[in-house]
Write a protein that binds this ligand. Sequence first.
Ligand SMILES: NC(=O)c1ccc[n+]([C@@H]2O[C@H](COP(=O)([O-])OP(=O)(O)OC[C@H]3O[C@@H](n4cnc5c(N)ncnc54)[C@H](O)[C@@H]3O)[C@@H](O)[C@H]2O)c1
Length: 317
Amino acid sequence: MAKLLEGKVAVITGAGRGIGREEAIAFALHGAKVVVNDPGVSYSGEGKETKVADEVVEEIRKLGGEAVANYDFVDDFEGARRIIQTAIDKFGKIDILVNNAGILRDKMIFNMTEEDWDKVISVHLKGTFNCTHHACVWWRNQAKAGKPVSGRIINTTSDAGLLGNIGQSNYGAAKAGIAAFTIIVAEEMAKYGVTVNAIAPVARTRLTTDATPQLAAIFESVANAPFDVLNPKSIAPLVVYLASDKSAGITGQVFRIVGNMIWLMGGWRSVSKRKKDKKEYWNPEELDSVVRAMISEAPPKESMMEIMQDVLKEAQS
Ligand SMILES: NC(=O)c1ccc[n+]([C@@H]2O[C@H](COP(=O)([O-])OP(=O)(O)OC[C@H]3O[C@@H](n4cnc5c(N)ncnc54)[C@H](O)[C@@H]3O)[C@@H](O)[C@H]2O)c1
């Protein structure tokens, strides 16, 4: 197997379980030294269990790789500084940051508490900002000191943010924010040799199996198919590629990945336009027909359910 990350140092947040764990193992097998960050919290972000990160470090060491654990919370600005500093202190540098940590607190908008909102926005959106900020300070300083930089950031967004999903206004808003953040930071860091991309994965982890009984049933129904399209291992290859030097020049992109399928996602863009014949502003009365005509000619929206049907079809084929 060609090793794509030989000599690289990577930080992966939330790497103790699920998708992050598989990314950490794949990175180590590709030759990277890995900081396995995970405070080992519950599905909704409570508690702390250091063995969650320790076990992944142990597994990587058994496979002959190098890894170190860090138990800080990404949503704590100083904690995030320590996460990045762990890579520099233990391995001398940072080349790759994978912002993967996440929790869920799904509620309908009328039932959502301020804390449910704040906590989810904080772990996903602020957590992504925190780690990205500290890594980018380091890369910019390296570049200014005339040292070569080939930095890579891979953020984790979700269809809930890109397409919308009922019960996830907090999570979807954070994930949509992460997609926008990816595009902007990609532009800001281009001149310092850092690329920034995002993935929107779908995989069987506690975030999907513990969410709703309906979703859990769909996810379990494909678990024993000959090809397990929802195995969290399926996400890591794209992240290894985006983290490697092979992906040079690819930046500001968002990819959905599920099993053996990858989609390039396109963001907000204008899909239809009207202009008045006269040089005058619109009046509200005439806007009803204008707005409805624009909506009717716009391409149909993609829905989360369509994606899941695509995934099930693949699993059953
Ligand atoms: N599983 C899916 O289908 C799916 C779909 C879309 C997006 N995602 C995203 O993928 C990422 C990984 O999710 P997963 O499904 O593997 O879930 P998971 O629960 O299996 O793993 C997430 C890990 O993040 C850690 N974590 C939580 N809060 C943290 C914090 N404040 N600081 C550091 N670590 C923290 C948890 O302890 C946990 O081990 C998340 O960002 C999630 O939103 C997952």
